[in-house]
Ligand binder design. Structure first.
Ligand SMILES: C[C@H](O)[C@H](O)CC(=O)C(=O)O
Ligand SMILES: [Mg+2]
Length: 394
């Protein structure tokens, strides 16, 4: 079957929430004294926005086919990513068939390799790749998860990320991942406060509910080891992204140091099959957590996931709403998914990428039926009432 060719690629920026989920208003749990690598500077300790966590904003990529069908995706990257999409990547799509996603990915990656490889450039590539899969699904009238091989189970199960695992438990989630509030610069006192918070949550959630810590790259191996050992008594299930994503050697050591039964997870700021190959071959962690909007898109996630499978590791993607769900439902080594609680409390389930997506499904009682994904592409529409800006064109 000959599908219409790609006519035009456009990139927009949007401010406020959505795919740039750290861009929230005051009083939100996601910006309340969370430990980060910048916490060593007291002036940047209270708020992540103070050091610019939300400086980029959302990138929206639209790909229009010759018949007028539009695929789109949202990720982070904002204006600099919009420049890369319009001025560099668009040339590898326009005039091509949307079925050529392998060649398109290869050309996007290798043409930018001299200034890219990870971070912002791969965010931009991911946004284009996701928009391409969305377009392909819309042209074929198929959900992306069908094109990835179909569902291997009837529903998705979720753990929730937020400051209130006790509420997440009541809402039906299988676990709660909390932000770590105090980093090494806050000394033994900070470490004790962290443990007291965990102990309090364990008391509120009972003995069996999964409790995890997201350390957002804030620690060093020594602190992470001491934290993990002290947390063992309170049944911490995993310690996430404890140290810098560049420190593969540190992760290898940490995985050896943590108490038996506690998992080490990482990878949300890692990209491509080559980055994940380091994590897997060096045995840095138990679960890898690629973000499909940051690691290279679905085309690359399939390769990362196959590599993880061969190493006997789970793939539990970071956040990313529908872009993750269509992948997780198709893979045996992705047995559950993350739901990032974007309610400020967070005491209610609200769509993760609100207000940018229309029709974004959310878990009910911590679950989502595969049939909730049964619409062409990623099954969502772009909310055209939000203020979108197209800073560059070609
Ligand atoms: C809660 C974390 O600091 C971060 O904002 C989100 C994240 O890393 C995750 O969902 O995982
Ligand atoms: Mg995380």
């Amino acid at each position: 079957m000959n599908l219409p060719k790609i006519k035009h690629v456009r990139a927009f920026t949007v401010r406020g929430g959505g795919a740039d989920y750290h861009d929230q208003g005051e009083g939100h749990w996601i910006d309340d004294h969370i430990a980060t690598p910048m916490s060593r500077y007291p002036e940047y300790r209270q708020s992540r926005q103070s050091f610019g966590i939300n400086v980029l904003g959302t990138l929206v990529v639209e790909i229009e086919a010759e018949d007028g069908t539009i695929g789109f995706a949202v990720t982070t990257g904002g204006e600099p990513a919009a420049f890369i999409v319009e001025k560099h990547l668009a040339r590898f799509l326009e005039g091509r068939s949307p079925t050529d996603y392998e060649k398109i990915w290869d050309q996007m990656y290798f043409s930018t390799q001299y200034y890219g490889r990870k971070g912002l450039v791969v965010n931009a590539i991911s946004g284009v790749d996701l928009a391409l899969w969305d377009l392909l699904g819309k042209l074929r009238q198929e959900p992306v998860y069908h094109m990835l091989g179909g569902a291997v189970r009837d529903e998705l199960q979720f753990y929730a990320t937020g400051a209130r695992p006790d509420v997440a438990r009541e809402l039906g989630f299988i676990g709660g991942k909390m932000p770590l509030h105090h980093g090494p610069a806050e000394g033994v006192e900070g470490l004790k406060k962290n443990i007291a918070e965990l102990a309090d949550m364990r008391a509120k959630c009972g003995p069996d509910f999964w409790l995890m810590w997201d350390c957002w790259m804030a620690l060093d191996v020594d602190y992470a080891t001491r934290l993990a050992i002290a947390a063992h008594e309170y049944g911490l299930k995993w310690i996430e992204e404890a140290i810098s994503p560049d420190d593969y050697w540190g992760y290898q050591q940490l995985k050896r140091n943590v108490p038996k039964g506690m998992l080490v997870t990482t990878g949300e700021h890692e990209a491509t099959r080559w980055g994940f190959r380091m994590l897997l071959e060096m045995d840095c962690c138990d679960i890898i957590q690629p973000d499909v909007g940051w690691c290279g898109g679905v085309t690359e996630l399939l390769k990362i996931s196959a590599l993880a499978d061969a190493h006997g590791k789970m793939v539990v993607p970071h956040g990313s709403s529908v872009y993750s769900y269509h992948f997780v439902i198709t893979r045996h080594n992705s047995p559950f998914a993350e739901f990032l609680m974007m309610h400020p409390g967070p005491t209610e389930v609200v769509p993760m990428f609100h207000p940018q997506l229309i029709g974004e499904p959310v878990p009910e009682n911590g679950r989502l039926k595969a049939s909730a994904l049964d619409a062409p592409g990623f099954g969502v529409e772009l909310n055209r009432e939000i203020a979108m800006h197209r800073p560059y064109s070609h």
